[in-house]
Write a protein that binds this ligand. Structure first.
Ligand code: FAD
Length: 313
C-alpha cells in the first residue's frame, strides 16, 4: 500500500536531500549496498563466491541526462571488470547494467552520440570487456517507457554476444508477449516482479495479481529452451519454482535463483546447499539513492528499520 507513495515521494529533490544527508543513512545503505568503492565490491564478491554463490554486479547509477556521467558509468564497469580479472574473480561473474545509466535518455547535443545509440555503444564496450575475461552481462529492466528501447539494444547486442541476459517485470501486462521472443536456446532471462511505480494502464494490478503473473511467466520460461533466472525472495514463488522445475524436468544447471545483496542471505545459502545455483545481485558505488528507495518501498519493515535508526540516534 505504501509502495507507490514512497516511490513518488523519492523523486522529490527535498526528500532526496533529506535522505542522503541523514546521519543514519549510511548504516541503512550498508545493509543493501556492498560499499562505495570497487575494492568493497571485490571483497563482497570474494565472500559470496567462497560460499558457492554467483554474483551479478551493479555499478550504481541511473537516469542520467548527461553524456559525461554516462561515460563515467561505463568507465566504472570497465575498471570493475579489470579489477575482477586481476583478482581472479571474473570467471562466471556477471555485471548488471541499466541503460539509463549509460546514456539511454541523454538528449541530442551537436553531433555527439545520444540516447539509445550512446547506451548501445557503452554497453557494447562493457560486454567486450566482460566477455574478454569470462564474465557476462545482463540488462536490468527499468520502467515501462524504456522497454521497447531496451529490447532493441538487446537484439543488437545479442548479434555479437548471444547470451547477454535481460530482466523482465512480471507486473507489466506486456511481459508474456515479450517473453515469447526470449525463450529460445541459450536465452538468459531474469524474471522479477517489478520495482517501479507503474500506471494501471500497463500493470497487471495488485500484489496478488503480480504473484499470479509471476507464476505464469515462470512457467513460460521454465517450459522454454532458455536459461531462466528467477529473481525473487518470495518464499511462495520459490516453492512454486521447485514444482515447475520438476514438472519441466529442468536440471540444476539449467536455471538459477537470484536474490539481492543483504536480503534473505540465509535463504540464499539454503538453496545453494540444496544444490541450486544462486546468484546474488551486488550493488556498489556512490549513487545509491534510487536503489535504496526502491528497497525501502518494497517492504514496510525496511522503511521502519530506516525510521527507527533515525529516532534512536
Ligand atoms: P515481494 O513480494 O516483494 O516479497 C516477498 C518476501 O520477500 C517478503 O515477504 C520478504 O520476506 C522478502 N523481501 C522482499 N523484498 C525484500 C526487501 N527489500 N527487504 C527484505 N526482505 C524482502 N526490479 C526491476 O524493476 N528491475 C530489475 O532489473 C530488477 N532486478 C532485480 C534483480 C534481482 C536479483 C532481484 C532479486 C530483484 C530485482 N528487482 C528488479 C526487484 C524486483 O522487481 C522486486 O521489486 C523485488 O525483488 C521484491 O520482490 P520479491 O519477488 O522479492 O517479492
Amino acid at each position: 500500500m505504501l509502495r507507490t507513495p514512497i516511490l513518488v515521494a523519492s523523486r522529490s529533490a527535498q526528500v532526496r536531500t533529506a535522505v542522503t544527508h541523514a546521519p543514519v543513512t549510511r548504516s541503512v545503505v550498508r545493509r543493501f549496498v556492498a560499499g562505495e568503492a570497487t575494492t568493497d565490491a571485490l571483497a563482497a564478491v570474494a565472500r559470496l563466491q567462497a560460499d558457492g554463490l554467483r554474483v551479478t554486479l551493479d555499478h550504481l547509477g541511473e537516469d542520467t541526462l548527461d553524456a559525461a556521467a554516462a561515460g563515467r558509468t561505463v568507465q566504472g564497469y570497465l575498471t570493475l571488470l579489470t579489477a575482477l580479472d586481476d583478482a581472479g574473480l571474473a570467471r562466471g561473474a556477471e555485471v548488471s547494467v541499466k541503460l539509463s545509466a549509460v546514456g539511454q535518455a541523454v538528449p541530442p547535443s551537436g553531433t555527439s552520440p545520444h540516447g539509445p545509440a550512446l547506451a548501445l555503444d557503452g554497453v557494447r564496450r562493457i560486454a567486450e570487456a566482460a566477455y574478454g575475461c569470462g564474465a557476462r552481462v545482463n540488462l536490468d529492466v527499468e520502467d515501462h517507457t524504456t522497454i521497447d528501447g531496451m529490447l532493441a539494444v538487446l537484439r543488437d547486442l545479442r548479434a555479437d554476444f548471444p547470451d547477454v541476459g535481460v530482466a523482465m517485470q512480471a507486473m507489466l501486462r506486456r511481459t508474456p508477449g515479450d517473453l515469447a521472443d526470449l525463450t529460445g536456446p541459450g536465452s538468459r532471462v531474469r524474471l522479477v516482479k517489478g520495482a517501479y511505480a507503474e500506471p494501471d494502464s500497463v500493470s497487471v494490478g495488485d500484489a496478488a495479481a503480480v504473484d499470479l503473473a509471476y507464476v505464469r511467466c515462470m512457467r513460460l520460461l521454465l517450459a522454454g529452451q532458455g536459461y531462466p533466472m528467477l529473481g525473487t525472495h518470495d518464499p511462495r514463488m520459490i516453492e512454486i519454482a521447485g514444482s515447475l522445475v520438476e514438472e519441466f524436468g529442468r536440471t540444476p544447471d539449467s536455471f538459477e535463483h537470484q536474490m539481492l545483496y543483504g536480503i534473505r542471505p540465509d535463504e540464499q545459502l539454503r538453496l545453494r546447499a540444496e544444490g541450486r545455483q544462486v546468484r546474488v545481485y551486488v550493488p556498489y558505488g556512490t549513487d545509491w539513492y534510487g536503489y535504496l528507495t526502491r528497497r525501502l518501498a518494497e517492504r514496510p519493515a525496511n522503511l521502519l528499520f530506516f525510521l527507527r535508526s533515525l529516532i534512536s540516534r
